[in-house]
Design a protein around this ligand. Structure first.
Ligand code: ATR
Length: 282
């Protein structure tokens, strides 16, 4: 890749950002299409986020991804936030349209795409057990409800957070029934026989931790399992699910799908099929 005076610059704001896989994915897609563009990491301290966003305009940076800890705070600095991102309350993609900054959230759509591509699963009319009530679970809940999930049960260690999450969205999605559950085997065992998708939005598994509150025996044999946590090798949750005969996927497919969606927003072009996945496999 040759950087010239005409090269368009994209990047990611995070803190830390060293371990981000997004530069690998996007630069591979630019190369694949022969585009005169580059994607670079920017370590932005929380107190400097406002300056960093202003710099997008000053430096005419064409677009950035936004990751932890800036996804929620960045909204205040943008000119426009698309409806889905506003509902989730988090932005992971910023598009610089001639100095006018528009925020999007491609995490939710990435999840839905990954469920389709990696598990052949469509949430419409389905029952979902969602573990966790943090930022990742929030984006998942909105995307699942928007896609027409019939029932979403939220189980969280800190129960009031699950209650708040459900209370916030219950009226917005009248077509979806919501429930709050204790993150305990006895409580989960009651719903597991009728669950179609088990989705982990907690950080359990990130470092290889095992979920001990899961009543695997009770989970419907046909249920599929998705772990938003991305880890290589797979998380114990994904490995156990597969060993018990469930179709299961980790967060890699979602990571790729959210990147592909951001790429489309920025460039109006489709990233070459499989290129982002291949870049991560190397
Ligand atoms: P993110 O934005 O990635 O979702 P977060 O907002 O910090 O991160 O949320 C982390 C989620 O993982 C929360 O649901 C958290 O549960 P609490 O709300 O009770 O903190 C959950 N979590 C993290 N470690 C956990 C553990 N050891 N056991 C159970 N839940 C855990």
């Amino acid at each position: 890749m040759m950087i010239r005076g005409t090269t368009r610059v994209f990047g990611i704001f995070g803190h830390p950002v060293d371990h981000s896989l997004s530069p690998l994915m996007h630069n591979a897609a630019f190369r694949g299409l022969g585009m005169d563009a580059v994607y670079v990491p920017f370590a932005v301290a929380p107190v400097r986020l406002g300056e960093a966003v202003a710099a997008l305009r000053a430096l005419r940076i064409a677009g950035v991804n936004v990751t932890i800890p800036h996804k929620e705070t960045v909204l205040a600095y943008l000119d426009e936030v698309d409806a889905a991102a506003r509902l989730i309350g988090a932005v992971n993609t910023v598009h610089n349209r001639d100095g006018y900054l528009v925020g999007y959230n491609t995490d939710g759509t990435g999840l839905i795409r990954s469920l389709a591509a990696d598990l052949a699963f469509d949430p419409a009319g389905k029952r979902v057990l969602l573990l966790g009530a943090g930022g990742a679970s929030r984006a998942a809940l909105v995307a699942l409800a928007e896609t027409g999930a019939a029932w979403i049960g939220v189980a969280n260690r800190t129960r009031p957070k699950a209650e708040n999450l459900v209370a916030e969205f219950r009226d917005h999605f009248p077509g979806t029934d919501f429930a709050v559950l204790d993150l305990a085997a006895s409580a989960l065992a009651v719903v597991c026989p009728s669950v179609n998708l088990l989705l982990n939005g907690t950080s359990i598994g990130l470092k290889g931790e095992v979920f001990d509150a899961l009543p695997w025996q009770q989970l419907d044999r046909a249920a599929v399992v998705c772990d938003i946590v991305y880890r290589s090798p797979d998380t114990p949750l994904v490995m156990t699910a597969r060993s018990r005969g469930h179709r299961a996927t980790g967060g890699l497919g979602m990571l790729i799908a959210q990147g592909e969606a951001a790429f489309r927003i920025w460039t109006g072009q489709e990233p070459p099929a499989g290129v982002m996945r291949q870049a991560l496999a190397r």
